[in-house]
Design a protein around this ligand. Structure first.
Ligand code: PHE
Length: 338
């Protein structure tokens, strides 16, 4: 009897090692016939049962049945796995990283605007907004822009109807804020602007600006330079230089354009700065007393500065992009890498 039990155990080991090479459904069938079939190995082993003493037969029978059930279950599972599409050689590697889904992220312009907002908010500025569709009054008239100013030309400005246009800058928000609020006023106004420019590496018919306005008693051009310098350092680091050049805007007097030293080449001169070492950011100046006249502020009591800020330029400098169109083509191969 001892030897029959040992044979049964040997059979079990043999069956389980044979299982490793069972791969197709016909392998499974062969396996089943070999071990569990009517003329299979388990049955033929049981044929030797009469040679075993009577009282030991039940124990042997139970062991043989247990093995049968076990192998039945193995066969059933193998067939199921084959049906579910796992082919021979397939195995599940639990250590493989999962399949990642494409994760969206903020557009570089949005990120720049958020950083601009953070910096100015920490300096005590609040955020204002105005509409993209403006009236001539806010976009030009109240900004002291004469009727014959070239910016009003239909070749430069998108008109939706007579007297209604897509704003060409964020400066109309200055007027909207001052109409509603008495000084002190300290706001920035980020937003989209539109001009009839033919797209090229540095022009896009829609682009972004952030307006700045500070009106209070005793505000000076020195305050303006201070705030722009502070912004430049916090945005680009302490190595950045700022310069102001005399300019003209109808709504500021005196007016200036301001540049940042080119952070692509460190001011040495490159394609982005057209070999000048400087990149124009926008215009700025002291609010023209005529503008205060439109909003009912007393120019003898108050003074203020205003500035624009080319958000696209700043974004291009931060990410080293030399063509503004990349920002608007929505090519994920570009935007995904920024
Ligand atoms: N609005 C001007 C522009 O778009 C920039 C500017 C803003 C100039 C504020 C002076 C003051 O070019």
């Amino acid at each position: 009897m001892g030897s029959l039990l040992a044979k049964l155990e040997g059979l079990r080991d043999e069956a389980f090692s044979a299982l490793e090479s069972v791969q197709t459904s016909s392998d499974v069938e062969k396996f089943r016939v070999k071990y569990l079939g009517r003329k299979g190995l388990i049955t033929s082993l049981l044929r030797e049962l009469p040679s075993v003493p009577l009282e030991e037969r039940p124990k042997l029978g139970a062991a043989a049945n247990k093995l049968k059930t076990e192998l039945d279950e193995v066969v059933r599972r193998k067939l199921e796995a084959l049906k579910s599409g796992l082919k021979s050689g397939d195995f599940i590697d639990l250590t493989l990283p999962g399949r990642s889904r494409y994760l969206g992220k903020k557009h570089p312009i949005t990120r720049t605007i958020e950083d601009i907002i953070d910096i100015f908010r920490s300096l005590g500025f609040s955020i204002a907004e105005g509409p993209d569709v403006e009236t001539d009054y806010y976009n030009f008239d109240a900004l002291n822009t004469p009727d014959d100013h070239p910016a009003r030309d239909i070749n430069d400005t998108f008109y939706l109807a007579k007297g209604i246009c897509l704003r060409t800058h964020t400066s109309p928000v200055q007027i909207r804020v001052m109409e509603k609020q008495k000084p002190p006023v300290r706001i920035i106004a980020p937003g989209r602007c539109y001009r009839k420019d033919t797209p090229d590496a540095s022009h896009s018919p829609n682009f972004f600006q952030t307006e700045g306005l500070y009106v209070d008693k005793g505000v000076t051009f020195g305050d303006l330079k201070g705030v722009i310098n502070n912004f430049a350092r916090r945005m680009f680091g302490s190595g950045i230089k700022v310069r102001f050049r005399p300019h003209f805007f109808p709504f500021t007097e005196p007016s200036a354009e301001y540049d940042f030293s080119c952070m692509i080449c460190g001011g040495k001169g490159c394609r982005t700065c057209k070999n000048t070492g400087w990149v124009e950011i926008s215009g700025a100046g002291m609010v023209d007393p005529a503008v205060f006249g439109y909003v009912g502020y007393d120019p003898l009591m108050y003074s203020g500065y205003a500035f624009g800020m080319g958000v696209d330029r700043i974004t291009m400098l931060r990410y080293g992009i030399n063509d503004i169109r990349y920002l608007y083509d929505n090519d994920l191969r570009v935007l995904g890498g920024l």
